[in-house]
Ligand binder design. Structure first.
Ligand SMILES: CSCCC(=O)/C(O)=C/O
Ligand SMILES: [Fe+2]
Ligand code: NI
Length: 226
């Protein structure tokens, strides 16, 4: 990492802004110079993360607590490699299509590693490298994609609240309520953290943002946050 940190999650989860090259998707795609993104910055996009003990997931009390608190009743595993994943080539391609889901995408890497790319507030790609022990939640409505890295293997625990729905909605799918709700939340976070100036800057550059301004303003007023 660029700046030393005491966050133990950073051993298994690292994030950076991507370059624009068309080279192999499995390469890191760092910018030159590298531009890292902290896990706190990721949380401002609604992407939250933990470091867990992947060798003992069956008995891990921390995992149990997260599942109970967040209602993750469903659990299975997804192994991404030609031998284990049916229609491997097709799936690899579809994972890397920019898409969103109407529910959270919760992935806990118990073996191997991979890249989850998410769009930031200004539509730039942030690459999140998830390694053994890293668990992330992508919020409902965030545009993202997934690729293996050059190690070519990941085994991920998939969690879900209730019966799982894995449907990807390829971009554009801005009319879905999950997208609308996420944008509203992100703008509220942006406004509360950075104030009116940044809020306006963000809003001016993007039709979606300005379309939501009234609702954000209303939401904050309703919550008595002004
Ligand atoms: C490592 S889990 C496979 C990727 C996936 O399930 C997904 O939805 C990517 O966006
Ligand atoms: Fe996804
Ligand atoms: Ni549609």
């Amino acid at each position: 990492m660029g700046v030393p940190s005491n966050d133990p999650r950073e051993d298994v989860l690292q994030a950076w802004y991507m370059d624009d090259s068309d080279e192999d998707q499995r390469l890191p795609h760092h910018r030159e110079p590298k531009e890292y993104v902290s896990l706190d910055q990721l949380s401002e996009l609604g992407v939250i993360s933990w470091r867990l003990d992947a060798d003992n997931y069956e008995t891990d009390e921390d995992l149990k607590k997260i599942r109970e608190e967040r209602g993750y009743s469903y659990m299975d595993f997804c192994e991404v490699c030609p031998e284990k994943l049916p229609n491997y080539e097709e799936k690899i391609k579809s994972f890397f299509e920019e898409h969103l889901h109407t529910d959270e995408e919760i992935r806990y890497c118990v073996e191997g590693s991979g890249y989850f790319d998410v769009r930031d507030r200004n539509e730039k790609w942030i690459r999140v490298w998830v390694k053994k022990g890293g668990m992330i939640v992508l919020p409902a409505g965030i545009y993202h994609r997934f690729t293996l890295d050059t190690n070519n293997y990941i085994k991920a625990m998939r969690l879900f609240v209730g019966d799982p729905v894995w449907t990807p909605f390829n971009r554009p799918h801005d009319h879905l309520p999950a997208r609308y709700s996420l944008l509203t939340l992100l703008l509220q976070i942006c406004f509360l953290l950075y104030g009116w100036h940044d809020f306006q800057e963000t809003s001016l550059g993007n039709k979606n943002w300005s379309f939501l301004q009234g609702r954000v303003h209303q939401g904050l007023c309703d919550e008595g946050s002004w």
